[in-house]
Ligand binder design. Sequence first.
Ligand SMILES: Nc1nc2c(ncn2[C@@H]2O[C@H](COP(=O)(O)OP(=O)(O)O)[C@@H](O)[C@H]2O)c(=O)[nH]1
Ligand SMILES: [Mg+2]
Length: 269
Amino acid sequence: MDPVAIYFTGTAGVGKTTLTRSFYRWLNEAGYDAVTVNLDPGMENPSYDPDVDIRDWVKLSEVQAELGLGPNGAQVAASDLMAVKIFEVRSALEKQGGDYLLVDTPGQVELFAFRESSRHIVEALTGERSLLAFLFDPLLSRRPGGYLSLLLLSATVQFRFGLPLVNVVAKEDLLSPEERERLAQWGEEPFTLYEAARDEPGEGGTALSLELFRALEGVSPLWSPVFSSSETGSGLEDLYAACQRSFSGGEDVERTGGPTSGADEPPPP
Ligand SMILES: Nc1nc2c(ncn2[C@@H]2O[C@H](COP(=O)(O)OP(=O)(O)O)[C@@H](O)[C@H]2O)c(=O)[nH]1
Ligand SMILES: [Mg+2]
């Protein structure tokens, strides 16, 4: 079967690179054939060695030096240069094989979601077999206004790409059990989020929060996020299951080794 690709996106520092690595390990330990792709030309001191690395073609520091640009201009130029090189990247990726392609995207979400070139990059690299995993900052998510604004950003990213999307509350180890419980309830019973937004004291945007809630209410894939932590490894199995549901209605991808039991089994310790 053709490989399927998961693009990790979200605001700077939310944990995309770390989750790419930890999900890669989880998949391989569980017997799936996963490959990592770094699409962040500015990645520095990576904590893992990506199988395919955009920096072999486009490196932020070099773009900045060669074009005499500041940091923001260089990032924009680099993301457009990536589109020029994307067929070479695809050839390298095809040589890797793999059933799951885990794609790490640039630190800042706007460089991925708000550049026209990114749509071409995704289209050329993995086409329709692509899924977005949008990461939520756990601390921002704790308040209804923050959670709603992340839902809005996630909906915007999905709107930009027109691809299936899974929401992931990242770094769940930073949430107290009560906070996690509350967030999970917002996902399962959206009306509780409405009530929390309505009752939130001192949030200047409460009226706006309620309008946002109404606008987002009908966007069903946005609800019930997966919770995960790269720190503890929690939720990676749930992430796998959510991605699996999004791809081709739950069709499983065959394992190449490792345990042969059901897809929902956790990997060996
Ligand atoms: N506590 C905790 N920290 C994390 C987790 N994942 C990533 N981090 C930390 O968050 C910071 C940013 O992570 P990174 O993956 O580089 O974020 P990116 O900019 O979205 O790629 C790093 O210091 C990571 O060590 C997690 O699950 N739990
Ligand atoms: Mg990163």
